[in-house]
Design a protein around this ligand. Structure first.
Ligand code: HAM
Length: 434
């Protein structure tokens, strides 16, 4: 049986046009992170299984992890997220890295999920994390960066960052609702998955967790309350922290894009403080585009004495691309070939090569046809490859030490001295780009 040309379920092939879009997106993501002083890091795609088992949470580990035993009997897993790798890197050099430690990376991650809109088995994820520094200032910076990043794509007005605090929720579950820790955990999971099911199912989960009807009513009232009223009625560390955070976000000029949302929970177990998700305001993309929060003890799981608190987020390329396409924010990309240097006769190969070499030395992307053929056939190849300028050789021009430049985007044609080729082509391309 013939082998299928389809990629593995839930993964994508990236043809050159797809790579152009991906490189453009990643370039903008990296620039946004660098502009706030974050430095890029990387790590292996495979880690020990325990790295995830320790902190990543039941759903990720039991249902979504790709794992196997290697030939040396080690239990290993393909990374489903980057945060544990980042924590390992930081823990290994905790005394050397200058603080605050600001890091970013765009790894590919693997999760065994049912492929659907916005969810695949392999995705790329921008991870931005800051460890150390004052918690409020770090969180303000990170959320500002998230908004600025979306602004850099022209989509800043179309997103909303929804913020909550795990400690506020802990106080509410324990002190107001009177839930046990076990019940609270079930309620957290139910709230986290709330958007994916209808109201009846959600209420069903709550009653399975032993939450009474009057408690459900209190929970619903809480969901509809403003942060100010919650802070007044149940003053606690979490509520006060969020009030301060909103003040900072207002000073940073991003308050319009941020809102308090007590239904934001985050599925991962390691978050201990502020948690947030970023949504497209258009109902077409209902899934969160980014998610993140504060984790206090991740670095500590590697046995060192020092605990170093951090905050970060992950943003997937699939949801970002959906967002950009929904709002028409993807530009039309030009072809990547600057110049096509033709080869009409075998005897001209030396000259054709020299012209190509000089153009490459000038920093241009130059292609040659790899076959001798007539004028028309050469131009067809150049056009198919979306080259911008073609270098053509005509007998009468060659006698005068000249060649022909054809601007393929406009059809314009000019003769130039062979020695002036690079300068003239640069001029043509420069005027097109400016
Ligand atoms: P997460 O919420 O699991 O967080 O993922 C973050 C983002 O990655 C999601 O909002 C979504 O855009 C994207 N994403 C996740 N799974 C998939 C998938 N199967 N297909 C497509 N996109 C996906 C984390 O992973 C945390 N480690 C983020 C973090 C960094 N927290 C602190 N620092």
């Amino acid at each position: 049986m013939a082998i299928s040309t389809e990629p593995y379920k839930g993964t994508r092939d990236f043809y050159p046009k797809d790579m152009q879009l991906r490189n453009w997106m990643f370039g903008k993501l990296s620039s946004a992170a660098r502009s706030f002083g974050y430095l890029e890091y990387g790590g292996p795609m495979i880690e020990s299984f325990e790295l995830y088992a320790a902190k990543s949470g039941e759903e990720l580990v039991n249902q979504q992890l790709y794992h196997f035993v290697d030939r040396g009997d080690r239990k290993v897993a393909v990374r489903p997220e980057m945060t544990p790798t980042m924590a390992r890197l930081v823990a290994a050099r905790i005394h050397e890295l200058p603080r605050p430690i600001r890091l970013f990376s765009i790894p590919n991650l693997w999760r065994y999920e049912r492929p659907q809109k916005g969810r695949l088995r392999e995705h790329w994820q921008l991870n931005v994390d800051v460890l150390g520094g004052d918690a409020l200032l770090a969180e303000t910076e990170l959320l500002t960066l998230a908004v600025e990043l979306m602004r850099s794509f022209g989509g800043g007005e179309r997103i909303q960052v929804r913020v909550n605090h795990r400690k506020l929720m802990d106080s509410f579950f324990k002190d107001t609702l009177g839930l046990t820790a076990e019940q609270a955990l079930k309620v957290v999971k139910a709230i986290d998955a709330k958007d994916k099911v209808d109201e009846a199912k959600f209420v069903g989960w709550l009653s399975e967790a032993g939450v009474r009807e009057d408690q459900v009513a209190t929970l619903k009232r809480f969901f509809g309350s403003s942060l100010d009223s919650i802070a007044k009625e149940m003053p606690c560390e979490g509520a006060n922290h969020l009030l301060e955070l909103f003040k900072g976000l207002s000073e940073s000029g991003v308050a319009d894009q941020v809102a308090f949302d007590p239904t934001i929970m985050r599925g991962l177990d390691y978050y201990t403080g502020t948690v947030f998700e970023i949504y497209d305001t258009s109902p077409e993309n209902r899934r969160a585009m980014f998610g993140g929060g504060r984790y206090d003890n991740l670095v500590g799981m590697f046995g060192g004495k020092e605990s170093l608190s951090g905050v970060g987020f992950g943003m997937g390329d699939v949801s970002l691309q959906n967002f950009l396409e929904t709002h028409n924010l993807v530009p039309k990309f030009e072809g990547e070939i600057d110049v096509f240097v033709s080869l009409p006769k075998a005897e001209l190969r030396g000259l054709s090569e020299k012209v190509a070499r000089d153009l490459r030395a000038g920093g241009l992307n130059v292609m040659t046809p790899l076959q001798v053929s007539g004028f028309g056939a050469q131009l067809k190849i150049a056009n198919k490859h979306e080259a911008k300028v073609a270098v053509l050789f005509g007998d009468s021009e060659l006698e005068k030490g000249e060649l022909i430049l054809k601007v393929l985007t406009t059809g314009e044609q000019l003769q130039v001295k062979t020695a002036d080729t690079v300068k003239t082509v640069m001029g043509i391309l420069g005027s097109k780009n400016s």
